[in-house]
Write a protein that binds this ligand. Structure first.
Ligand code: SIN
Length: 536
């Protein structure tokens, strides 16, 4: 394993310092909501590597799961989450999630988020895969955008919250295993700087850019997960990568999500011969858990020698579709697909990482003062396969918990404003290598060998290739954001492959064709990865 501790050489004495009570890395729902939980007497800095409104959360379509309907309850939401998680959920974390969901949705409504309502003004609830009740609240088919836009607009009114765009978090700075701050590259000034803070929250999202086709934006390169690992954090469940069953399959676009809510409203999956196939795979048909639907599509594509299947919602009227799914309707139309008349070509694509930085129910990691939240974190709520629409909810519930925990700690003892004397000098050299080719090849290797179905042979092959790339970029002087991202992507891919190799069974989103059964005796446990303490 590449034992790199820091991405760059630095001397904290020679770079700009900025102090803050709480530093948040990432501006998706988890990051901004956590910031809003910190009382206004404490100063908070949010750093984000692109613009404030570029995140995975903004792209979320379907909605947020919450048990509000008559006949529904946190208990049923708990049961469905556990079932979808294929035996690997942490029950304590799931109870927190389902019990604290409604209060956080109230908070969102108080911040001005407009969810769709029924004529009686109650929130309108739809269904998604593996939910036993209608419990998905939504804002058309752009729920993430509505939530993030509103939260960001509130953040912008808070005098205690500073937003630093185009600031790339390079590495966590620790002393004796305690968080001291973050080394960052400020692209706006082309300088390295140090954010000194006793409390750092990592909300950087996932790493979908490891795959050729993903619903994630370009920024999803696992930077926070890699930074945490280098600093000595435990990472958990890295082998579980969720592939969303229905992503548009079009020559010009293979990353546009066709929300699960479309199936929730009755859409049927059909193979290229026009035959409905889900009843052959699961009793819940199109609304089976996501890992099952994705694998069924994969099988059906293989069987019919096709690159895609179809989603059929043509039996709903044009007016209904334009109102309920305006973004999907418009986007498909821009590719010549009128979803009120045409089947939508779809195929599975990478969507979400269940694994990440191991935390407890307060978002604490094994590094004191360092917290993680949202997709970057792994507190066990998703187990081996996330239940639809639990991800925005996770950002809210655990963001609020981290906010509360950090605020209490700040009240008990204000942050110390002492400087940091740290230095790192390597023997790294400038290397003339084609980073973009490695990046593209890495995606191809991961897609082909570490996808919906894996086996020992494909994983060993992927590991050998990644090891070669690792050697190539080892001792490379990292000189740009693309370089930092490449180091992070290679590190994360290695951790995903090693975990997938180790787990010799099939469970949730991890399907091994050479171990196609679930083995509860040996494998009802998590795989945790942690770097050695060298150079820490
Ligand atoms: C979707 O709209 O299908 C995505 C929802 C989710 O990822 O939970």
């Amino acid at each position: 394993m590449n034992n790199l501790r820091y991405l760059i050489d630095f001397d904290t004495d020679k770079v700009e310092h900025e102090y803050c009570d709480v530093l948040i890395i990432g501006s998706g729902i988890a990051g901004v909501y956590t910031a809003l939980e910190i009382p206004e007497e404490y100063n908070v800095v949010i750093i984000t590597k692109d613009c404030i409104d570029i995140s995975n959360s903004v792209l979320a379509q379907g909605g947020i799961a919450v048990s509000l309907d008559e006949g529904d309850s946190p208990e049923l939401h708990f049961k469905d989450t556990i079932y979808a998680g294929a035996g690997l959920c942490d029950e304590q974390s799931v109870w927190v999630l389902v019990n604290e969901a409604a209060a956080n949705i109230d908070c969102l409504c108080n911040f001005g988020v407009q969810f769709d309502k029924k004529s009686n003004e109650e929130l309108s609830l739809t269904r998604e895969g593996a939910h036993s009740k209608n419990r998905i609240i939504h804002a058309g088919d752009t729920t993430g955008k509505e939530v993030c836009d509103k939260l960001i607009s509130v953040v912008e009114t808070r005098k205690n919250i500073k937003i630093k765009e185009r600031n790339f978090a390079l590495d966590l700075l620790t002393e004796s295993g305690v968080c001291k701050g973050v080394l960052a590259y400020d692209e706006t000034k082309s300088v390295v700087k140090v954010y000194i803070s006793d409390f750092v929250v990592c909300a950087t999202g996932g790493f979908g850019q490891l795959y050729e086709n993903t619903t994630n934006p370009e920024i999803a390169t696992g930077d926070g997960t890699a930074l945490a690992y280098r600093a000595g954090c435990e990472l958990m469940d890295m082998e579980f990568i969720q592939f969303h069953p229905t992503v548009l399959y079009h020559t010009e676009n293979k990353s546009f999500l066709i929300s699960e809510a479309v199936r929730g409203e009755g859409a049927l999956l059909k193979n290229i011969n026009g035959e409905r196939f889900m009843p052959r795979y699961h009793e819940l048909n199109e609304l089976a858990p996501r890992d099952i639907v994705s694998r069924a599509i994969f099988e059906e594509m293989k069987r019919t020698k096709s690159s895609h299947v179809y989603l059929d919602i043509t039996f709903k009227g044009k007016e209904y579709l334009e109102n309920r799914f305006p973004n999907i309707y418009k986007t498909c139309l821009s590719y010549g697909i009128d979803i009120s008349k045409d089947y939508i070509p779809v195929a599975p694509a990478e969507h979400y990482c269940m694994g990440g930085i191991r935390t407890d129910i307060s978002g604490r990691t094994n590094i004191s003062g360092f917290y993680a939240c949202g997709e970057a974190a792994c507190n066990g709520i998703h187990g081996a396969n996330r239940l639809a629409s639990n991800s925005l909810l996770e950002g809210l519930v655990f963001g609020q918990r981290i906010g509360n925990e950090v605020s209490n700690l700040l009240r008990n003892g204000p942050a110390k404003k002492s400087g940091l004397m740290m230095k790192f000098v390597s023997n790294n050299i400038t290397k003339a290598i084609d980073r973009e080719v490695i990046r593209e090849n890495l995606k191809k290797i991961m897609t082909k060998n570490v996808g919906i179905v894996r086996d020992r042979e494909s994983l060993i092959y992927a590991l050998e290739q990644v090891d070669e790339y690792n050697k190539t970029i080892e001792n490379m002087k990292n000189e740009s954001i693309r370089d930092y991202e490449l180091q992070n992507l290679v590190l994360i891919s290695k951790l995903v492959i090693e975990s997938a190799l180790e787990r010799e069974e099939s469970r949730g989103a991890h399907f091994r064709s050479d171990f196609d059964k679930t083995d509860d005796i040996e494998w009802r446990r998590n795989i945790v990865k942690k770097r050695g303490t060298l150079n820490a």
